[in-house]
Design a protein around this ligand. Sequence first.
Ligand code: MG
Length: 396
Amino acid sequence: MPRRIKKVAILGSTGSIGQQTLDIIRALNTRFQIVGLAAGTNTELLARQIDEFQPRLFSCSAEPDFGCAAQFLPMEGMVTDPEVDLVVIATSGKSGLYPLLAAVRAGKTVALANKETLVMAGEIILREARQHRAKILPIDSEHSAVWQCLRGERTRIERIFLTASGGPFYHFSPARLEQVTAQEALQHPVWKMGRKVTIDSATLMNKGLEMIEAHWLFAVPFDNIEVLLHPQCIVHSMVEFADGCVKAQLGFPDMRLPIQYAICYPERLSNTELPRLDLHMVQALNFQSVDEARFPCLTLARNAARMGGTYPAVLCAADEVAVELFLSHRTRFVDIARIVEETLEEHRAVARPTLDAILQADAWARKRANQISLRYAEAHPRPHKGTPVNDPGIAK
Ligand code: MG
């Protein structure tokens, strides 16, 4: 019997995860067909991708400056197209929220890299997914690890251990942290990622967002999700079961592995282009607790998660604003946590919010975080003011 070809739509195809997804599809080209590609403003790369993969549909937020046979369609229309079997959501920030909801309501299988969507509206998304029998498959390496540890298990999870590299500044002193530049922060020591998630990794906000993502994906209480510093980035996360046994998933730290696992699921396919872990070269695997006093974003995320309601959406929005301001050299690295904290403190949360209430909280938080940041920008004017770090390869 001939193998069924998976028909795929990729949102955020010009970003880091999107490009790596296309690398895998290029290597396993007899298994996949691209139906739709969606990007932000990087129309030059999108045009090249359309030329190579010949999708029937495309989408971008900028006016396309190329002529092609593909039909322009907004992302919500693309993901609900009857031909699409698998939707890869590799956008960043809140931009993936409506397309994710549309895909879920159409009962699609979604490989999700855009963690902010689950942080903002996890309860609503999971409810809709259950109702419409949609599947959400994680691309995030930690969640892919937990998911792989759970295959074949039917018993309750006791605890999840999310591992964290610690980012490039984990051993910096508080004084040195104040001097960190956007260029330094964009150099992640291990993972190749988009710029928002790279900065979030350096502040450890990424691990806080991942804790909330894990809560929704695996229905585990926040207090049963622990973060462990693991500088080698070989163990991608672990699950402890009722009998005390702990399962871990190991692999070379390369995002293409969890991407391939998600898009090929339930199969595991050989791909000679992916690096293999050489266990003879791994001399030690270390795990330790995180120093949250120096990296307060993890505490902020945990508190926002416990308080629930619209707090996680405010956390996400304020963080997105604060990261962007840092990358455009207007505020300092250490101000990211302070801007997020002040925004959260001023927020009047709505319990069990509707989507509208979440979006209102998001809009309020963006505005307020921008206002709060002005004080930080004035207190510490940056030397490179006005020279934003451009990374057109990353979809927004
Ligand atoms: Mg991750």
